[in-house]
Every structure is written in structure tokens, then in C-alpha cells.
Design a protein around this ligand. Structure first.
Ligand code: FMN
Length: 324
């Protein structure tokens, strides 16, 4: 059965798939515009870009597609509101935000006519986001890559948030990598859409170094671990010499050049470690990834991936929500 469209504010995505934002130039205009061209929502990871780079990449993406381009900005960064306003000025279609909760962003979005997507990991924050004016809500569970706000599994957490979020689209995220997962989350769990990130790193259009994709390809299930991030949240990453040293209690001596976070634990410099990973330093970089990375064994184009995901999802999809 055909998958439903995903409506967020004044926008309608023909395919209910959001490509999750991945900062430090993992998801840039190249990936986001390819996803938008396929009818999904493509997201640029905003953190790690200067204001000029951020605006240039949004404009580049918008020139490459007539589809929907979003930006992800973590609330934890010091210049959060400056990035929000700069993104709006550059013509972004939507803004997604997580890693903390901004109450101020909703009015800014409403005034500019730009829908705001809140990323939450509990029913309490789901309710708060809806009440505060979010135009859509992403429920991100423990299977996700990057910073995590919960240790609860998606199929356990999602129904609880579904019960309390009634008015705006609710999107499931964390560990989704196949069409069958998509059909299950939308058909059985009553999600209005899904957000996927790790699966999209493994596409031709994702801009990371080839060595980054090889780290994903070679990852085994036992290599996926949680580390304490300087952001103050756990982060899901792939074991490598840097992670082993850190988890083993070894000393990490990283300088801090630009105080990018509102509150930094200074265990190491997260920005530099993520840049190293992005540029392919397999020993010293920090490779964020979702829990199911080890199941992904190919690197298709975004178009090939979309065709596969949609045809598999539509083969399984039946709207039979378990939660009324
Ligand atoms: C490499 C990587 C970087 C990420 N960076 C961010 C980020 O900057 N902001 C954010 O809100 N989420 C970030 N995420 C989370 C994703 O946007 C997405 O919600 C999550 O990974 C979904 O789970 P999946 O990867 O299993 O599909 C990141 C995920 C990965 C894998």
C-alpha cells in the first residue's frame, strides 16, 4: 500500500522520510538536496559551520532542488539563536532542534513562517514541545547515532509519546534502516514519518571522507558503544583507538579554541574529534553512528536507496496502529 505523505506546516513531503541532520559537515547540501529531490526532507547539519558557511550551504541546497530543505541546530551550541536567524535569512524551509530545549525558537519560526521540528526523547518533552508550538516532533530513541537523550528503545518509547502528542506530526527516529522498519513504524506504531541518519551516511552523496564510510562498513555489532560526550549527554559511536583510549581512562589532551558549547565538560574537544572523523582519521577521530550501522553493507546513490526503501516499505505497509 502507498505510504502516506508527511505534512509539516505549509510543506508536504511526498515520501515520509526525513534525513536526520548530522553536524560537522556530515550532512551538507549534497546529501540534503538529493534527499529533497527524492521527495523526502533533506537536513543540513548546521553545527560546525560558520554563519557564512551555513548560509552558503543552505542557498546551495535550495538552488539544487525544489524539494524541502531543513537545517539542524543543536540547542547546546553557544550561538544557537544567531544560527537560527541566519538560516531563516538564507531561505531554509524548516528548522530542527534538539540536544536541549529552546522555548524562544517557536515564536521566531512562527513570525518567519518557518516550521520548527523539536527532537525529543520522552513523553514529557513531547507534550511540552507540542504545547510550546512545535510544528512536528521527532521521537529519538536510544538506537540513534550521535547524542542521546534516553536509554529507551524506539518500540518501547514511541507509543508513550504517541499517546500524548495529538495535534502535530510525530516522527520516529533511531535504528531505522530498511523499508520494513519504515512500514512497521508508520503502519503499526502510528508514526507520521521516520527520521533516518546512519543509513544516509552510506550513500554516494554523503560528503564524508571515504575512510569514514569504510569505518561504517567494517563496524561489527560489538564495536558500537556509548561514550560520555563533553556536551553532557551520552553519544553513540564506533570503537577505534581514540574511543578505546578514552573509555580506558587514558588522558586526552585537546585544546579548546572557540568555546563552541554553552556548557562543555572539556573531556576532549568534540568539534575537533568529529572533524577528524569526517576527514577520515580512523585512529583519532570520533565516529558517531546509530546502533544498526553494522547491518548496512552497501553505498548506493540516494535515488537508489529511496527507490529501495519505498518499494520495500510499500510491500509491507498497512495502516493498523497499535496505539489508538
Ligand atoms: C554522524 C551523526 C551525526 C549526527 N549529528 C546530529 C546533530 O548534529 N544534531 C542532531 O540533532 N542529531 C544528530 N544526529 C542524529 C540523527 O540526526 C538522527 O536523528 C539519528 O541518528 C537517527 O538514528 P539512525 O542514525 O539510527 O537512523 C547524528 C547522527 C549521526 C549518525
Amino acid at each position: 500500500m502507498k505510504l502516506p505523505e508527511l505534512k509539516i506546516g505549509k510543506y508536504t513531503a511526498k515520501v515520509p522520510i526525513i534525513q536526520g541532520g548530522m553536524s560537522i559537515r556530515v550532512s551538507t547540501s549534497s546529501l540534503a538536496s538529493a534527499v529533497a529531490e527524492c521527495g523526502g526532507i533533506g537536513t543540513i547539519g548546521g553545527v560546525g559551520l560558520s554563519i557564512e558557511e551555513l548560509q552558503a550551504d543552505i542557498r546551495k541546497a535550495k538552488a539544487m532542488t525544489k524539494g524541502i530543505v531543513s537545517i539542524n541546530i543543536m540547542f547546546a551550541v553557544r550561538n544557537f539563536m544567531e544560527m537560527v536567524k541566519a538560516s531563516i535569512e538564507a531561505g531554509v524551509d524548516m528548522i530542527a532542534t534538539g540536544a536541549g530545549f529552546s522555548r524562544d525558537i517557536f515564536k521566531v519560526g512562527k513570525d518567519a513562517g518557518v516550521p520548527i521540528i523539536s527532537i525529543v526523547s520522552s513523553p514529557e518533552f513531547g507534550k511540552l514541545a507540542e504545547r510550546s508550538g512545535a510544528d512536528a516532533i521527532v521521537v529519538e530513541a536510544k538506537e540513534a547515532g550521535g547524542h542521546l537523550g534516553t536509554d529507551r528503545a524506539l518500540r518501547d518509547l514511541f507509543p508513550e509519546v504517541r499517546k500524548v502528542v495529538k495535534k502535530v506530526p510525530l516522527i520516529a527516529a533511531g535504528g531505522i534502516s530498511t523499508g520494513r522498519d519504515i512500514a512497521e513504524m508508520i503502519g503499526k506504531f502510528g508514526a507520521d514519518g521516520v527520521q533516518m541518519a546512519t543509513r544516509f551516511v552510506m550513500t554516494k552523496e554523503c560528503d564524508v571522507a571515504d575512510a569514514f564510510k569504510q569505518v561504517y562498513l567494517n563496524a561489527r555489532q560489538e564495536d558500537i558503544v556509548l561514550i560520555k560526550s563533553p556536551v553532557g549527554l551520552p553519544g553513540r559511536a564506533i570503537r577505534n583507538p581514540f574511543v578505546d583510549r578514552y573509555l580506558g581512562g587514558g588522558e586526552i589532551v585537546d585544546g579548546c579554541s572557540d568555546a563552541c558549547l554553552k556548557n562543555c565538560g572539556h573531556e576532549f574537544c568534540i568539534a575537533n574529534r568529529l572533524v577528524m572523523a569526517r576527514d577520515g582519521d580512523t585512529k583519532d577521530g570520533l565516529f558517531f553512528s546509530g546502533e544498526n550501522v553494522w547491518t548496512i553493507k552497501d553505498i548506493p546513490t540516494v535515488r537508489e536507496l529511496f527507490d529501495r526503501l519505498v518499494s520495500e516499505a510499500e510491500a509491507y505497509y498497512e495502516p493498523t496502529p497499535v496505539v489508538p
